[in-house]
Design a protein around this ligand. Structure first.
Ligand SMILES: Nc1ncnc2c1ncn2[C@@H]1O[C@H](COP(=O)(O)OP(=O)(O)OP(=O)(O)O)[C@@H](O)[C@H]1O
Ligand SMILES: [Mg+2]
Length: 505
């Protein structure tokens, strides 16, 4: 019989109103990478939080190294060699990289913090991971991708034997992902067992040995990765075949809705010209750091503009703050949902109602609860947001469902332009299709849709026009029928010195 390092049997976990896990089984072998898959809300994070001592199980048995563990705290889990890299970043933004890595297990010498030692050890771990970050850097000043790498470094610094990665790549650049995979293979060789959770199924082939699939809190199956294929995995995940990954609807291109002229803002938005027509979806492609998010933020009034003009339906508009944009009919679903997109401590209903209070309040400024309820119910059902009720905290939803709430709150308004920044990050295959349908629906209503995405297939599959950015500038434009990954990449890497060389085929 195979020896498992972790054996979970019949694990059940209930939250008020939701059975997150229903008699689930889960096994993990030494030295393997197990991809743990399932739709948003399937229960993946919950099971892994139980394994790492964050949640207590309601029922079932946990065995580590064949020994039954009745209950454990996160600290005890850590002592057993279990480390978890959480789906949502969990760093203390105002502490340094080294302080974050050693948080809760600070090194001391005769009762005094030995900063030097912690710094030195951090440096070694970062070096082992090939990460070029000064341990004294304040974490909050790092881009999300680097914070993610620090989180990985932190988990590794505990010498984990069982490493759980809950969507580690959702904010990484492709070079960083390669680096991460190198580290994973190295750890695997050293005998570390790795649980890998991801919605980016294409990346699994580089590292995966086995796959375990959950659906609606129930165990579905475990497969040898070599002996299966992605289509089969997806059908196990969603319980049906997904026929159309990128649903496309054709609309007549109507009149021009939005025009951005020579927009400049910060370091990463330079002379950006953009147009958006009724009945079209414009995809903005580019590498991380190309200035795409910054462009959306400047349009929406989050960051100040230095120069440039925004023309909506033929009229120049002034956008100083997001409220100006919202009032004129331009809305943004931002990239970092936890930080910018949601109030995690407010209910889902309140999150949806919040930016729509102008519509929901009567003349005296009192919220019409019935109207609010109707609005919330519509968003929840339109987007198939999975929750126990609209009164639960937005923070308690699964990652993908949180993303749907971020999108859902804008659906209630009659907007002219909806801008999405990485709308499908962390979203499962079936929910992605729902988001695309939603974008199509907006487009059919005559709303201009613009979306930033780093996923080439989605950019090519959904856009009616593709605009590519590099170094804060627009470097190319393509129609979907002529677009290939190569062409997009070539525009995406047209750094300034090459900006005038034309693309040769
Ligand atoms: N702290 C909590 N309080 C209440 N409900 C919760 C809590 N944590 C999770 N849930 C619910 O349990 C279910 C499973 O959530 P979980 O986060 O484990 O899903 P997941 O598989 O990780 O999904 P995703 O891929 O979106 O991250 C969901 O319905 C979620 O809303
Ligand atoms: Mg999760």
């Amino acid at each position: 019989m195979e020896k498992f390092i972790v054996e979970l049997d019949n694990i059940t976990k209930e939250f008020p109103g939701v059975k997150a896990l229903d008699h689930v089984q889960f096994n993990l072998k030494r030295g393997e990478v197990l991809a743990f898959l399932g739709e948003n809300g399937a229960g993946k994070s919950t099971l892994m939080k139980i394994l790492s001592g964050i949640y207590a199980k309601d029922e079932g048995t946990i065995k580590v190294d064949g020994k039954v563990i009745d209950s454990m705290s996160p600290k005890e889990a850590q002592e057993l060699g279990i480390a978890i890299i959480h789906q949502e970043l969990n760093m203390c933004a105002h502490l340094s990289v080294a302080e974050n890595i050693f948080l809760g297990r600070e090194k001391t010498k005769s009762g005094v913090l030995s900063n030097k030692e912690m710094k030195q050890e951090s440096l070694e771990i970062l070096k082992r991971l090939n990460i070029d970050i000064d341990p004294e850097t304040i974490v909050g000043s790092l881009p999300v991708s680097k914070q993610q790498m620090v989180e990985i470094a932190k988990a590794l610094s505990t010498n984990a034997r069982i490493l759980i990665m809950d969507e580690p790549t959702s904010a990484l650049t492709s070079a960083e992902i390669d680096e991460l995979f190198r580290i994973i293979r190295q750890l695997k060789q050293e005998g570390c067992a790795i649980v890998y959770i991801s919605h980016r199924l294409e990346e699994l082939q580089h590292i995966t040995d086995r796959v375990t699939i959950l659906r609606d809190g129930q165990y579905v199956t475990t497969l040898d990765f070599q002996e299966t294929d992605l289509e089969r995995i997806v059908s196990f995940m969603v319980g049906r075949e997904i026929t159309e990954k990128f649903p496309r609807v054709s609309c007549k291109k109507g009149k021009k809705i939005l025009e951005i002229r020579k927009l400049n803002a910060g370091k990463l938005v330079r002379d950006v010209d953009l147009e958006l027509y009724e009945g079209e979806i414009v995809g903005i492609a580019g590498l991380m750091g190309a200035g795409r998010t910054e462009t959306t933020r400047a349009i929406f009034g989050v960051d100040p503009k230095e120069s440039g003009e925004i023309i909506l339906d033929g009229k120049t508009i002034e956008i100083q703050r997001p409220i100006d944009a919202i009032k004129s009919g331009i809305v943004l679903a931002p990239e970092d949902r936890k930080k910018d997109g949601l109030c995690t401590k407010l209910s889902v209903g309140d999150n949806i109602a919040l930016p729509n209070l102008d519509i929901l309040c009567d003349r005296l400024g009192v919220v019409n609860m019935k109207k609010q309820q109707g609005m919330v119910e519509k968003s929840v059902s339109d987007l198939k947001i999975k929750l126990a009720g609209a009164e639960v905290n937005a923070g308690s939803l699964s990652g993908g469902n949180q993303q749907k709430v971020v999108v859902g709150k804008w659906l209630a308004r009659n907007s002219r332009v909806v801008i999405f920044d990485e709308p499908t990050r962390g979203i499962d295959v079936a929910a992605k299709v729902e988001i695309y349908n939603l974008m199509n629906q907006l487009k059919q209503q005559g709303i201009g849709v613009m979306f930033v995405s780093s996923e080439m297939p989605e950019i090519m599959g959904i856009s009616d026009r593709i605009v590519v950015m590099c170094d804060g500038r627009i470097t190319g434009e393509l129609l979907p029928e002529e677009a290939t990954q190569d062409k997009i990449l070539r525009y995406a890497t047209q750094f300034e010195k090459k900006i005038n060389t034309s693309i040769s085929e």
